[in-house]
Structures are given as C-alpha cells and as structure tokens.
Design a protein around this ligand. Structure first.
Ligand SMILES: Cc1cc2nc3c(=O)[nH]c(=O)nc-3n(C[C@H](O)[C@H](O)[C@H](O)COP(=O)(O)O)c2cc1C
Length: 284
C-alpha cells in the first residue's frame, strides 16, 4: 500500500507537515509513505489554451504539474493537510486546481475512487471561510474519494500537537487502514447530503443547491428545525459520469472556438486600441 501525504503549506515543520507526519506514524510499518510539499513544486498559471483537452493529452506547460499528477496516479491513498489562508486555500492548491482541465477528459485513468482524508489547520474560530470546501473539491477534481475532513485550531508551528482534536487526527489516519468514513461535521450543522459542503445556496420557494457539487433539492423549515431533501434526479458533478460530462462540455467550447475563431477576432478588434493604457511595474 502506498500513501501520499500532501502538505499545502510553505512552512517547513509547520502544522500541516506535523499533521501529515503524525498520521503517517499511525499507518502500518510496511506501507510506503511518501511526502510531497506542494509549495516545492514549480506550478505556473493555467494559460487557458485548452491544448490538454483530449483524452490522454497532458498540459503542455513545462513545469511540475505532470509530476504531481503522476504521484496521484501512483498512490493508493492520499492525505492532504492544507491551512486556511484569507478564508480560503493557500495559493498552491488553487494554482494546481486551475490546471486540472486535462483530468476532465481522462476520467478512466483517474476514476479509481482512491481514499483521501483532509485536515485543515487554522487560527481563528469563525475564520475558516471556504477553505474546507476548497480542499474537498481540490481532492474531488482529482477523482479522489474524500472520506473524512477535519478542521483543527493551530497557530504557531507545532501548536496542533496541543489541540483538543489531536486524537481525531490519529483516528482519521486509522480510517485509511480500514477504509471507513468519518464525519466530523457538528451535529447541528446542515451540510450538503451528497458531498458534505457547507456552501449551500438557499432559494425562496423551498429550493436549495450545493455550490460545490451541484446537488439540488427542497427544504422545509419548522419549529427549531430546518430539513433538506435531496432531489432523486440531482446532478452529481464529482462522479466519473459528471466529470466526463463536463469534459465533453469543455471540448464543445473548444470546438466552438475553433469554428468561430474569425468572428472572435472581429469582436476583439475594436478593443485592441481602446482609450486606456496598460500599467506595468517599473522593475529594478
Ligand atoms: C497569509 C496567512 C493567512 C492566514 N489566514 C487565515 C484565515 O483566514 N483564517 C484562519 O483561521 N487562519 C489563518 N491563517 C493562520 C493559519 O491558517 C494557521 O497558522 C495554520 O496553523 C498554518 O498552518 P501551517 O503551519 O501548516 O502553515 C493565516 C496564515 C497566513 C500566513
């Protein structure tokens, strides 16, 4: 068994790294345990060229993205520790996420349902923002099967060892051994019944939608009660079928661009020399 520990923090021996190393200690001695510090990778920004949009085609940017994807393909289980930065994920997660278009047309290679558990350290209560959801969908866009997400309070490097949920971190690691699912959402919090996200859009007329997985349904409010019902035919973005469907949509957009390329140029032309100037940093 090969487990890959992803550390999404620039800090060496920070809370994320300590979390992953602690979890590795729980795992059987004969498992192969690899660590990857995402901030050590050279990951450029997506250029929106769509060159990767064909099954088996990889991103053409020459950096460490494909090395990263190879590690995901080679792993049997994945641990992700990713701190909250300004209510969201640390930059590298977003940089890598934006480069995942190629995966949408390669569902067969990635859709292996590998187990993934996630821990999110942060400092201030109520400042978790959308970091939990962004880490979850980072893993789900990689077709990983997220079976447990834990948010923990930790500020200075190492503080996590003193946090009250430290035992839960070890429990989460143990769940990788028996393949079980652990739900750490507070009992009174209402989350998406499909993906566990707390980013629910609530509409008048009793409708709701999960902003992350696109699941929809109806809601009912009563005395001290708020209940969600999931539609039987709700769309499921993070399934191999949902991902493949999105891959086909992106391919259609690319084909449309090729077909309408001249028209696109015509629309752009009047703006090429619009009355404004680009600002540029002076440099040293
Ligand atoms: C740039 C920056 C932004 C941060 N933003 C938040 C935040 O929005 N909410 C929060 O609770 N903690 C925030 N933190 C605190 C970190 O999430 C916290 O210290 C965490 O334990 C860091 O994990 P690490 O040691 O693995 O890097 C921020 C830290 C930094 C450096």
């Amino acid at each position: 068994m090969k487990v890959l520990g992803l550390v999404a923090s620039p800090r060496k021996l920070g809370n994320s790294e300590i979390i992953v190393r602690e979890m590795m200690k729980v795992l059987p001695a004969d498992w192969q345990k690899d660590l990857l510090r995402l901030n050590d990778l050279r990951i450029d920004r997506c250029k929106a060229c769509y060159a990767c949009l064909a099954a088996g085609r990889r991103c053409i940017i020459k950096d460490d993205l494909n090395f990263f994807l190879d590690q995901i393909l080679a792993a049997d289980k994945v641990i992700l520790a990713a701190p909250v930065y300004f209510l969201g994920p640390q930059t590298t997660l977003k940089l890598i996420n934006d480069r995942m278009i190629s995966i949408q047309n390669d569902t067969a290679a990635y859709a292996t349902g590998k187990q993934c558990v996630i821990v999110i350290p942060h400092t201030v209560n109520g400042w978790e923002g959308y970091a939990r959801e962004s880490s979850m969908h980072f893993a789900r866009f990689l077709n990983l099967n997220v079976t447990g997400v834990l948010t923990v309070r930790a500020t200075l490097p190492g503080d996590v060892t003193k946090c009250e949920k430290f035992a839960d971190i070890r429990r989460l690691a143990a769940s990788l051994i028996d393949g079980s699912t652990l739900d750490f959402t507070p009992a009174d919090q209402i989350c998406c019944p499909d993906c566990g996200s707390s980013l629910l859009q609530i509409f008048r007329r009793n409708a709701w939608r999960c902003a992350i997985c696109d699941c929809t349904g109806s809601w009912k409010a009563g005395d001290n009660e708020f209940k969600l019902r999931r539609s039987d035919d709700a769309h499921r973005r993070f399934t191999p079928e949902g991902m493949a469907e999105h891959g086909r949509t992106l391919t259609q957009i690319k084909d449309e661009y090729i077909a309408r390329r001249e028209e696109v140029k015509t629309m752009q032309l009047p703006y090429q020399k619009a009355a404004a100037v680009w600002l540029e940093p002076a440099g040293d």
